[in-house]
Design a protein around this ligand. Structure first.
Ligand SMILES: *Cc1c(COP(=O)(O)O)cnc(C)c1O
Length: 715
């Protein structure tokens, strides 16, 4: 439409209706034009609702929206988004039609995960496992893979984190309103909700489902909050990993057994079941039960069938991190379920035990998943190796390196994690459709060529992104302080400098991630931060699990440093790490710091989000970084090995961290001999982009899952 053509109110109303419909497909969260359109329609409302556009549209009348679209510029943007959306949704020529025709014909991969990290407005994730599931789903859509995700609708989600005046983490659980989220109740032809049941103990527990549309695929969220249920069953799915061990097993029964039943009720017949971590492994028991009871198969035949159709990704390199349930608890919750098919629970107990005859051994969800899958993988090369060693008892006849657990290294969904500024930057210097080239290393080599992008341009981008993060941090600090009526607002105007080397550290506060490692020698840390010629600043964020007092102590310790008068402007603990804060942190930080206790970081993905923004990783040689580091694309802390003693490891790693910061990272950032720019630093940035972006993304990852595990003839 030409900018001078007159738009009628009727036309504007029609366009308004179409863009409101697009808000119900999370495709908009990874399309920069859609994201910017929604934000610009009403920036304050958008930010106040934490980018939840359904809630935003709830506050904007149809009259107002249509009136806004009478503006030719807005109208043009809206029509552009509508056209892109239609094109995306109707695309026939996808990666999958070219490379996985068989899968396209056979029907969907059903991907089960206890959490999905999709967007800041949907708090149904707690950490990396959920983020990975969300990114996997978005790439499945981009690649045209037939795919349906299954999880739970956690009404209160994972908590919102507040830091109290004493530095102690407090948790709040606001209720979300499904009407103000991009959810559709799953209904039958007559518009009635589809309701299914599972037996837990002696009760029938009823549940319904919501659908979330993600581009061309969808996610089904199961919800037990129905009137038929007793109160404790209604509440059972309200919090991510909430409640006690009985809540945990009940959630897992709904997820696994209930998930299969809901897919049945919706008429969906998956070609492959993918278990993202062991939480959903009960789904294999439901498949068994159906085959034995409805199709008259023997249990052995049924097991064979289930194994042929199931793949499993394990994520946890510590034995204690795997769900285990006592025989009593299994008996109590699953007796009724089992006796519909078998004589007694004992007929399935052995499926969750390494030693089937050991009556003392609890039922382990990972063991069940391992036994019932045709393929299992860890999420990095090292994690694959650790997993083979960890589960070697289950394969007594095999040598460790022959144990059938492989690996596929995790990635991130790059367009979803790229800040709008960086997204546009790459559109200008590389290609308007750069996200379509994520699996093409040749394309990303362009970044090493100054004809495409100059040092000056990259350096300017770094300033824009660093400032965006710093302004966000200051606003958050003002809000936090207003809550306690403490400091006047202008106290925070000087927190963090837009010129200083900025280190980001954000992750769950599990102890193995060693958040305060940089402060192991507080005097040395203070010296690094307060050097007037080469200042360094550090921003921390992350939640501790509500029952993890150790993790909360680590937060308190860091808040303590952030409150020291001499560190006040240089160290920040940012409240309530979520996807939005995460996006700002990975884009604004010059250095992304990762210092877990090796080999406990199975992969880690947050560092993969920095490359597209021109950030660099400083990381322990664990998980993905061990494979990605080439000597020129960031820095390693220590070597590709670790001592047996944890104390010794912590000591060595702290020393190595100080060493790499003091002798390499900081001097390189502040070496401005090349006409005021850090030329060597920028060379490293270019190498990081060229080598990391085309490899550590979920398009590459999902393609690998298809080739190795999803296709029938794969092994
Ligand atoms: C990326 C991300 C994670 C996972 O990153 P790790 O490196 O595994 O810690 C967790 N939480 C949020 C909010 C993220 O954005």
């Amino acid at each position: 439409m030409s900018p001078h053509a007159t738009i009628t109110f009727t036309q504007a109303t029609e366009i308004a209706r179409e863009i409101k419909a697009i808000a119900y497909n999370l495709w908009w969260t990874w399309n920069v034009d859609a994201r910017d359109l929604f934000r610009e329609l009403s920036p304050q409302t958008y930010f106040r609702n934490n980018h939840n556009v359904i809630a935003m549209f709830d506050e904007i009348s149809d009259q107002e929206l249509a009136a806004r679209l009478l503006d030719p510029l807005q109208m043009e943007r809206a029509q552009n988004v509508i056209n892109q959306y239609k094109k995306y949704m109707s695309e026939k020529n996808t990666w999958a039609t070219k490379h996985a025709k068989e899968l396209v014909q056979q029907g969907p991969v059903a991907y089960f995960s206890a959490e999905f990290g999709l967007h800041e407005s949907l708090p149904i994730y707690s950490g990396g496992l959920g983020i990975l599931a969300g990114d996997h789903t978005k790439s499945a859509s981009d690649l045209g893979i037939p795919f349906v995700g299954v999880s739970l609708y956690y009404r209160q989600g994972y908590f919102e984190q507040l830091i109290g005046p004493d530095g102690w983490q407090q948790e709040e659980y606001p209720n979300t309103d499904p009407k103000k989220l991009p959810l559709e109740l799953v209904t039958n032809e007559s518009g009635e909700p589809i309701v299914a049941t599972v037996k837990i103990g002696h009760s029938d527990v009823y549940f319904q489902a919501y659908r979330i549309n993600l581009g061309r695929v969808s996610l089904i969220l199961l919800d037990t909050n129905r009137e038929e249920n007793e109160l404790h069953y209604r509440e059972m799915t309200s919090q991510v990993y909430g409640g006690d061990i009985t809540t945990r097993i009940s959630q897992e029964i709904v997820l696994g057994i209930g998930g299969v039943r809901m897919l049945n009720a919706m008429g969906i017949t998956p070609a492959v079941y993918h278990l993202n971590e062991g939480h959903s492994a009960f789904l294999t028991l439901e498949l068994l039960r159906q085959l034995v009871r409805n199709e008259g198969k023997t249990t052995a035949e049924a097991i064979r069938w289930v194994r042929e159709h199931t793949v499993f990704t394990t994520h946890t390199p510590v034995p204690a991190g795997h769900d285990r349930f006592s025989e009593d608890l299994i008996r109590f919750t699953l007796q009724k379920f089992c006796t519909e098919c078998w004589d007694d629970v004992s007929e399935i107990m052995h499926l969750g035990r390494i030693d089937p005859d050991n009556k003392e051994e609890p039922f382990c969800m990972t063991v069940l998943a391992l036994k019932m899958s045709r393929a299992t993988n860890g999420v990095s090369e090292l994690h694959g190796k650790v997993s083979r060693e960890m589960w070697s008892d289950l394969f007594p006849k095999k040598k460790v390196d022959q144990i059938p657990i492989g690996h596929i290294t995790n990635g991130v969904h790059v367009p979803g994690w790229t800040s709008s500024r960086a997204y546009r930057f790459w559109q200008n210097v590389l290609d308007k459709n750069w996200p379509e080239h994520l699996d093409d290393p040749e394309f990303w080599k362009r970044i090493e060529n100054p004809d495409y992008v100059s040092d000056e341009q990259i350096w300017a981008l770094r300033y824009i992104l660093r400032r965006e993060l710093i302004e966000f941090v200051r606003t958050r600090l003002r809000q936090q302080s207003a809550r306690y009526g403490n400091n006047p607002r202008d106290t925070f105007d000087k927190v963090l400098s837009t010129d200083a080397l900025t280190i980001g550290f954000a992750r769950r506060f599990a102890t193995y991630k060693r958040a305060p490692l940089f402060f192991s020698d507080p005097e040395r840390a203070r010296r690094i931060l307060r050097n007037p010629d080469r200042p360094v600043q550090i921003i921390y964020a992350g939640k501790a699990h509500p029952r993890d007092d150790q993790g909360k102590k680590l937060i308190q310790q860091l808040v303590g440093f952030a409150r020291e008068t001499e560190l006040f402007e240089k160290v920040v603990f940012l409240e309530n790490y979520d996807i939005n804060a995460g996006r700002l942190l990975v884009s604004g930080a010059d250095i992304w710091l990762n210092n877990p206790r090796r080999p406990l970081e199975a992969s880690g993905t947050s560092g993969q989000k920095t490359a597209i923004h021109g950030g660099l990783n400083v990381s322990i040689m664990d998980g993905w970084w061990r494979e990605a580091y080439n000597g020129k694309n960031g820095w390693a802390i220590g070597e590709d090995s670790h001592p047996d003693s944890v104390e010794e490891q912590d000591r060595q790693d702290a020393e190595n961290l100080y060493d790499v910061l003091e002798n390499q990272v900081i001097p390189e950032f502040y070496n401005r001999e090349g006409n005021g720019l850090p030329r060597n630093w920028l060379k490293r940035v270019r190498n990081a982009m060229a080598t990391l972006i085309p490899q550590y993304n979920t398009d590459r990852m999902v393609e690998e899952y298809v080739r190795k595990y999803y296709l029938k003839n794969s092994k």
